[in-house]
Design a protein around this ligand. Structure first.
Ligand code: FES
Length: 229
């Protein structure tokens, strides 16, 4: 029989499969914590930090990524406190600044309540979420992609910067990349980047946002089932 644990998320008791993450437990019961690097069937690495929550214990609360936090019996989680909203907005702004041409990232940022981005745009076209690398490694066991370099020079690359023969040409690295959904207005011109969020359906929902799903393209393209509700 499947073992379960009961935790409290935003004041609601939630039953989750033992061993599942807090993010999965929340999504399962309709509490949509914004997430970006998470893919349901791949190992979570906590790369984007957008899914942060407060884990309340011993009279205090620690901030941690919910996709890498295992749900435990009696756990108390807060997903939408003012502190979390503020931190999450900041993380979302940084992600947009890093890759302003990603519609998926724009959607998530809008969902987090970001109205403008205070950081200079870097146009890296990659936020190093590792979705492509993990898919290639875990689903195909191809290892045709990996991270190279350190610090500012860290990037996703083929071995020796050349597509290897053992690449299956499956195209999944592109399919699962947050950059693969182009913005509504098409790619932004360098120097004229902005937070898009022009889609009426999303901006209308942006001000409240508490627990709301904006049916972002991230969900549509990347298998979060919430967008279908
Ligand atoms: S979805 Fe959890 S850190 Fe990216």
């Amino acid at each position: 029989m499947m073992q379960t644990v009961t935790l409290t998320i935003d004041g609601t008791p939630v039953r989750a499969t033992k061993g599942s993450s807090v993010l999965d437990a929340a999504l399962e019961c309709g509490i949509c914590i914004p997430h970006l690097c998470h893919v349901p069937f791949l190992k979570d690495t906590g790369a984007c930090r957008i899914c942060i929550v407060e884990n309340v214990k011993n009279g205090g609360a620690s901030v941690t990524a919910s996709c890498t936090l295992t749900a435990q019996e009696g756990m108390v989680i807060r997903t939408n406190t003012e502190k979390i909203q503020k931190l999450r907005r900041n993380i979302a702004e940084l992600l947009v600044a890093q890759a302003p041409n990603s519609k998926a990232i724009q959607d998530v940022a809008v969902r987090c309540g970001v109205k403008e981005v205070r950081y200079p745009f870097r146009n890296d076209n990659c936020i190093q979420c590792g979705r492509c690398v993990r898919y290639c490694t875990e689903m195909w066991r191809a290892n045709a992609l990996g991270f190279v370099g350190r610090g500012k020079n860290r990037r996703v690359e083929f071995p020796f910067a050349t597509r290897p023969e053992f690449c299956k040409n499956c195209g999944s690295c592109t399919l699962y990349c947050p950059m693969s959904v182009t913005p509504c207005g098409g790619p932004m011109k360098r120097g004229e980047e902005s937070l898009c969020g022009k889609c009426e359906s999303q901006t209308v929902m942006a001000p409240g946002m508490i627990g709301a799903c904006v049916r972002c393209d991230l969900g549509k393209g990347f298998q979060c089932t919430r967008h279908m509700l």
